[in-house]
Design a protein around this ligand. Structure first.
Ligand code: ATP
Ligand code: MG
Length: 430
């Protein structure tokens, strides 16, 4: 019987993986422009880390986590909690008062798999720890917007403020009464949430609930002075950087740790899976996890949704990871020679391949095409004896014979130097 991957878990195979690599390359470039350093954390953490940070009464902790119950460990459902755990554990705040960190990797949530929603999915996550400055909120959102824009993805940025421990508790009561009054008209999830996590009802995606909460009071009208000033400054920062945004007074986010600024990058092109990325400020969280009293802000962008959006766009071009040169040896003696020549070229940094099956020239040329070789070096027995070979440029199909390699233009991505090819041949050849 054939064994297949688990439902909600997906392979990323050659042909598709190139798009992932392009996304990652762009992300790394943008993160570097904003002076972020990479950090990598393990996938397994103590369950308590997520319960304490994301919140006991959230969808993630209540029903989406992959937990080894007997061992009390969980496969991370998101990156922020693990990143903060690492930040605290290694005292990174001592090394640098403001840390700008990013991480890219798989996350795990037990959800119903559908388009843009998997059980193992990948996030690109960026966090700034150690500054409460509202300019940094704007900078972080601008970074996410720049990343999505450079990838060619069209999103809108929606933003809200959730206030802080000073103003939020007072506000909780207002929507509570409002929601309590409409409890019977809400979806089952929200009927339950109306007791455990009433603010979540405000951003339920169910149309039934949306209609009910349309007139609900907004926390934006109840922010304390500090939060209000912060929110104003964030908006001023976004305007200064030319980042388009709109306010969404019902955005609550599904994680309890957020304070003040929250935001989502939204697409219209993925049906119900509208959020491509999301984030916000979490000023009390590091302390809550046993660390120093430092504020933080960050976001996570879902890579599956990015890749889906790119695949949907006609102009997306997957650039194959070609090789520089394919060495075609004809016959055993030439193949033996090719074997060491290929190794020598690789030592010199060239992306090189050859055939080990003793195939015909025609079939080797086909192989060379398949691996998108820039050049093919053809060595037959006669050529070998005469110390010659034929170099074929696969882009314009020009062929040259003999020792002197023609000017090597190289491929778009990597170009081996003519000198390297020449030296490799020179050293090995007689
Ligand atoms: P959603 O509302 O779609 O469930 P979320 O609020 O749970 O999203 P976050 O926890 O904020 O999402 O994660 C940030 C990003 O990670 C999302 O915007 C999305 O792109 C991606 N993401 C979240 N869950 C999944 C999943 N199960 N499969 C694929 N991508 C996901
Ligand atoms: Mg979710």
């Amino acid at each position: 019987m054939k064994i297949t991957a688990l439902n909600g878990f997906k392979d990323i195979v050659p042909g598709e993986v190139e798009l992932w690599q392009q996304v990652e390359d762009t992300a790394r470039d943008i993160f570097a422009r904003f002076n972020f350093s990479e950090i990598r954390m393990p996938i397994l953490e103590k369950t308590d880390l997520f319960a304490r940070s994301i919140g006991e009464a959230t969808d993630i902790v209540e029903k989406e986590m992959y937990t080894f119950v007997d061992k009390q460990i969980t496969m991370r459902p998101e990156a922020t909690a693990s990143l903060l755990r690492a930040y605290i554990q290694h005292g990174l705040h001592v090394q640098k008062p403001v840390q700008r960190l990013f991480t890219i990797g798989p996350m795990f949530r037990h959800e119903r798999p559908q388009k843009g929603r998997l059980r193992q999915f990948h996030q690109m996550d960026a966090e700034v720890l150690g500054t409460p400055n509202p300019r940094v909120d704007a900078e972080v959102m601008a970074m996410g917007a720049m990343l999505l824009k450079e990838l060619g993805i069209n999103v809108s940025l929606e933003m809200n403020s959730l206030g802080c421990p000073v103003c939020r508790p007072g506000f909780r009561e207002t929507p509570l009464t409002f929601i309590e009054d409409r409890k019977d008209a809400l979806c089952d999830d929200c009927a339950r949430r109306s007791k455990t996590n009433p603010l979540r009802v405000l951003d339920c995606k169910n149309p039934k609930c949306r209609e009910q909460v349309e007139e609900a009071p907004s926390i934006l009208e109840h922010l304390c002075n500090d939060c209000d000033e912060h929110f104003e400054a964030v908006q001023k920062g976004l305007q200064q950087l030319g980042v388009q945004y709109s306010l969404n007074k019902f955005m609550v986010r599904g994680l309890d740790y957020y304070t003040r600024t929250t935001f989502e990058f939204i697409t219209k092109d993925l049906g119900a899976q509208a959020a491509v990325g999301a984030g916000g400020r979490y000023d009390g969280l590091v302390e809550k996890l046993g660390g120093p009293k430092v504020p933080g802000i960050g976001f996570a962008i879902g890579m599956e949704r990015l890749v889906l959006l790119l695949q949907q766009q006609e102009e997306t071009e997957i650039e194959p990871n070609g090789i520089d040169i394919f060495v075609a040896g004809l016959g055993e003696k030439a193949s033996e020679f090719a074997f060491s020549l290929v190794h020598s070229l690789r030592q010199q940094g060239m992306h090189t391949a050859m055939d080990h099956e003793g195939r015909s020239l025609k079939s080797q040329m086909k192989q060379a095409n398949k691996v998108h070789a820039g050049y093919v070096l053809i060595i037959g027995e006669n050529e070998l004896d005469q110390g010659q070979a034929m170099l074929r440029n696969m882009e314009n199909l020009a062929t040259s014979h003999g020792w002197r390699w023609p000017g090597y233009q190289g491929r778009r991505r990597r170009c081996p130097s003519r000198a390297a090819l020449f030296c490799a041949g020179f050293k090995l050849w007689k």
